[in-house]
Design a protein around this ligand. Sequence first.
Ligand code: FE2
Length: 432
Amino acid sequence: MAISYQPGFGNDFETESVAGALPQGQNSPQQCPLGLYAEQLSGSPFTAPRGKNERSWLYRIRPSVKHTTSFRRMDTNDWLSAPQHSEPSLALGQYRWDPIPAAPSATGFLAGMHTMTTAGDVMTQVGMAAHVYDFNDDNPDEYVCNADGELLFVPQQGLLTLHTELGVMTVEPGEIALIPRGMTFKTVCAKQTVRGYVCENYGAPLTLPERGPIGANCLANPRDFKTPVAAYEDKETPCRVVYKWCGGFHETHIAHSPLDVVAWHGNYVPYKYDLSTFSPVGALLFDHPDPSIFTVLTSPTEQDGTANIDFVIFPPRWLVAENTFRPPWYHRNIMSEFMGLIYGQYDAKEEGFVPGGMSLHNQMLPHGPDAAGFEKASNAELTPQKLDGTMAFMFETRYAQQVSSYAASLPSLQKDYAQCWDGLERKFKSPT
Ligand SMILES: [Fe+2]
């Protein structure tokens, strides 16, 4: 099946998978075309300011009240929600992990989701969770609806197909995909191993950051975001829909597919984005800007410039600064930083941070280049250098990230991570 997309970010899109299915000139006719039901899905309060108001109108085979029956609470899995406290056996520190162990065969999406950290409180729509996924099996009759937040998929391995109420998207390493809060979807991996990271955003929807004096172009450009066209399943067989709601999982069984939207219009939509279309901006003479210059998407809070989440990438780019220590400097940060590596080599670490791995530098905990990276960067010939074949990212949040028991007990937790700074020797000599 060829998959089509519509370009743009925050647009008012319209699309129909059957000609004539989309009402024209109004949202809710007395009778919708083709016997469809009209339904609004609100992603913001009705009264949100115009620039932040998000909703879509869905024209579907059945209204979504028919896509749930009675719910049954499910057992807990490794997909956790805030608030939680860090696993008490884990002392405070900077942490780094190698990739999680490969999933056993026949592992589906829900069993393959593992929470690494949580921050804030899912019940007050504050904070986030950082998850990893690794699965290799599909249940074509199982659907998920997350009322707790939007899901930002950051694949690291394998082609993942996301079937949503508004259409179908594929996403692979080097791309990201977002499913809005409350939008039903299912995953398809076609029996291949898919692995990656997910940021679950409890707060304000991710949006494009302001560019300030950069102007109207560069960083992530709106036209490079792709929203699927309408597509629906006409399926009258037993299906299971799993709701995540206030951190709990609940299942409901219905006799048809909930992905039955034949046409829709609106601006509350899923989308994907190719990270290679990000146009980085940096220093042209000396020093380098804060990593916020690489923000792809941001979830703002009421406090200016203090994000619930910044999704930041460290993409291929030219390094040209003169008389400058070019990797990230040593720092402590009031924000907490969860990092992952999609491919290649991250420039602040010479070894130990591998694709599929993760690191966590929580609020106010010091970090920076390892000893080998410091020596190399301090003595490098400062010719223009292309940093190529690399893509690291960061989920950065204003809230402290609490480490899950799953993450604390992973064999891939590097017990010796902090030793990467052991080789940093005193160089200063006091005048005598
Ligand atoms: Fe940092």
